[in-house]
Write a protein that binds this ligand. Structure first.
Ligand code: ADP
Length: 245
């Protein structure tokens, strides 16, 4: 079934190919590089097709003002920001409602993995900068931030891995790009800790039948396990390289 947007973008053609030529379950090319900033405690750049995200971690460090500190654990602080040049029309530099909301959503997706009790009275800052946006920036941000936390040596139950799945008509699709996110029938970002099986983020925009929902979840978990392997490889590339140097 061919699905065309009102601007004549072919979302799905008769051969089942998507707007960028991908099959329904095909990921965009993914690149992950750990340790890209010297002055941050941990950092990573994750690129998923046209979406490019930088994450930097500072901490744990003493919390100021002190009354904001927690006596029994560290506080995880997340700031998600889009650069003005990350989208087609210049984005105003001040933080939008969307950026404030996404900062909270990403913090809540990362928090269950981090062993905050190890660092009472401190703060761990996670800065996320979207350099270029083409759909799926929140999931790319979670993948990058979790690598940056690991790079900073923050103890975690496991890496947090994220992907967006969705649907075009009755077709489940994996890793939505910008037009699929805008014109598709449903978009479902999911974050998951593969080593514990916990789902830490689950959102849905659009509608989905129970059968398609089950299929989406199954495909998402399969894909998340693949992305988790890529994250582990990215960490190994940095640490094995350092060992050789
Ligand atoms: P996500 O990036 O996690 O999918 P949204 O669903 O809110 O989050 O956004 C989908 C896409 O819409 C983004 O990835 C980006 O490509 C585009 N977008 C977001 N904000 C803006 C903006 N201010 N101007 C233009 N495009 C935007």
């Amino acid at each position: 079934m061919t699905i065309v947007t009102k601007d004549n973008i072919i979302l799905l053609n008769e051969k089942g190919r998507r707007s960028d030529g991908r099959k329904w379950n095909e990921l965009r090319p993914i690149s992950m590089v750990v340790g890209v900033l010297e002055r941050a405690d941990g950092s990573a750049i994750v690129e998923t097709g046209g979406t490019k995200v930088l994450a930097a971690v500072y901490g744990p460090k003493e919390m100021y003002p002190k009354h904001l500190a927690m006596p029994d654990r560290a506080i995880l602080r997340v700031a998600y920001r889009m650069t003005s040049f990350s989208v087609e029309e210049r984005k105003k530099p001040h933080p939008s409602r969307r950026e404030i909301e996404l900062s909270k959503v990403i913090k809540e997706a990362l928090e269950p993995a981090v062993i905050l009790e190890e660092f009472p009275r401190t703060v761990i800052d996670v800065y996320i900068l979207v350099l270029q946006a083409d759909g799926g920036t929140r999931v790319a941000s979670i993948n990058a931030a979790s690598l940056a936390l690991a790079d900073a040596g923050i103890p975690m139950k496991g890496l947090v891995t994220a992907i967006a799945v969705g649907r075009l008509g009755n077709q489940v699709i994996v890793d939505l790009n910008d037009v699929e996110d805008k014109y598709g029938n449903a978009d479902m970002p999911i974050a998951y800790i593969p080593s514990t099986g916990e789902i830490t983020l689950f959102q849905m925009d659009g509608t989905m039948s129970p059968d398609l929902f089950d299929k989406c979840l199954e495909v998402a978990i399969e894909t998340l396990n693949k992305i988790h392997e890529m994250q582990k490889e990215a960490l190994k590339r940095k640490y094995l390289k350092n060992k050789k140097d």
